[in-house]
Design a protein around this ligand. Structure first.
Ligand code: ZN
Ligand code: ZN
Ligand code: ZN
Ligand code: ZN
Ligand code: ZN
Ligand code: ZN
Length: 370
């Protein structure tokens, strides 16, 4: 790459920030859209002063601004956290067909609010509620399933047409092509909450949720207000795009909302909204003739150099890199909060344990005073 192009690339990154990517894919976890995630990023900005993290929860990207070596450290901390998030256990809870309608119309939304959207989803094919998280999260989910099950359901009477949500006799029936009838109010509510629950495609819950008939858009449009209808269309569109990150991309221009589909690797993409040209390989602004920058390899190299020049070690528990600026040998990990002895990298849950260990094993706490 000639010097001028590389200068331009460096300058672009300075202005637009460097997107956090790994193996060519944008790194994001919905954790960053919630309070705990936001404060994790704020802590990182404090810890690595001079780095600014731009969080875009709509596009699901993080961009880093600041000196390359600090950016590299922040990037590693973010990757560490994301892999930690994703390693959490997923548990599946079976939900009886009869209770799925009740569950999807009320309990699922509450559960998603409590445990985070990204951690709770419903697998309609297998009738399973799936929850990602620790023991406590699994307990909360289990209670929600028990609660849905305990809701009193009137026994089925002969000859009565039963609604798949309320199990009562259908009032103001809406009959779908599959033959199942729903109360108008129950079907409307099921459609409205789908903008939150994001279980797509929307299928009929008739016959104990074994009916896999898709609910036609025209039915949804008839029952919903224009705004409600727009928001489920938008939600189903986004869930489609988000489940195919290697196929769909956002235009790299920061304030452009255009989404485009991956083209053949030879064909330069023109954004129809902001008119910039986009590289079909690395999905950044098109760089005439110059090779795509392998940011990851470049970052890893920079980061290794930076680590060697500073007092940096990886946290023995979660592998997030920690820098010791000054002080004693007691360190606490910024990510997992583990207490660490800097001299031998032994880990402890409480700080007094570290001090005890340092005195017993290393003859002092490392300030050269004792
Ligand atoms: Zn009903
Ligand atoms: Zn049906
Ligand atoms: Zn654009
Ligand atoms: Zn490229
Ligand atoms: Zn840690
Ligand atoms: Zn030690």
């Amino acid at each position: 790459m000639d010097a001028l192009t590389s200068l331009k690339a460096a300058f672009d990154r300075l202005l637009k920030g460097e997107k956090v990517v790994q193996n060519g894919e944008i790194v994001w976890d919905d954790f960053f859209g919630r309070r705990a995630g936001i404060s994790f990023l704020e802590d990182l900005e404090k810890k690595f002063s001079g780095v600014k993290i731009n969080r875009d929860s709509r596009r699901r990207t993080l961009a880093l601004f600041g000196a390359p070596e600090k950016r590299a450290a922040v990037r590693s901390a973010i990757l560490g956290l994301v892999s930690q998030q994703q390693e959490q256990k997923i548990r599946a809870f079976p939900v009886d067909g009869r209770f799925i309608g009740v569950f999807m119309s009320a309990d699922l939304v509450k559960l998603q609010q409590e445990l985070g959207h990204e951690n709770v989803w419903f697998d309609l094919t297998n009738h399973m509620l799936k929850v990602r998280g620790d023991k406590d999260a699994h307990k909360v989910a289990q209670l929600a399933v028990v609660h849905a099950r305990s809701q009193r359901i009137a026994p089925r009477r002969r000859g009565e047409v039963e609604c798949p949500v309320c199990f009562g006799e259908v009032t103001h029936p809406v009959t779908l092509k599959c033959g199942h009838s729903w109360c108008k109010a129950c079907l409307t509510r099921y459609l409205v909450v789908s903008a939150d629950t994001k279980v797509f495609p929307l299928t009929c819950l008739g016959n104990e949720a074994t009916c896999s008939h898709a609910i036609p858009l025209a039915t949804a449009q008839e029952l919903l207000t224009t705004n409600e209808f727009e928001s489920i269309i938008h939600a189903s569109f986004l869930s489609y795009i988000q489940s195919r990150p290697s196929e769909f991309h956002y235009c790299p221009t920061p304030d452009c909302n255009q989404i485009y589909r991956t083209a053949t690797p030879e064909k330069v993409i023109h954004c129809p909204s902001c008119l910039i040209r986009i590289c079909p390989t690395c999905h950044t602004e098109y760089h005439d003739g110059a090779e795509c920058v392998d940011k990851e390899a470049e970052d890893d190299k920079l980061f290794e150099e930076w680590k060697n020049a500073h007092d940096v070690k990886d946290c023995p528990s979660c592998k997030v890199p920690i820098e010791r600026i000054a002080g004693c040998n007691h360190m606490a990990c910024i990510s997992c909060k583990t207490h660490i002895c800097w001299a031998c990298l032994a880990t402890f849950t409480r700080s007094d344990e570290v001090y005890e260990h340092m005195r017993a094993t290393h003859g002092g706490i490392g300030l050269g005073l004792d």
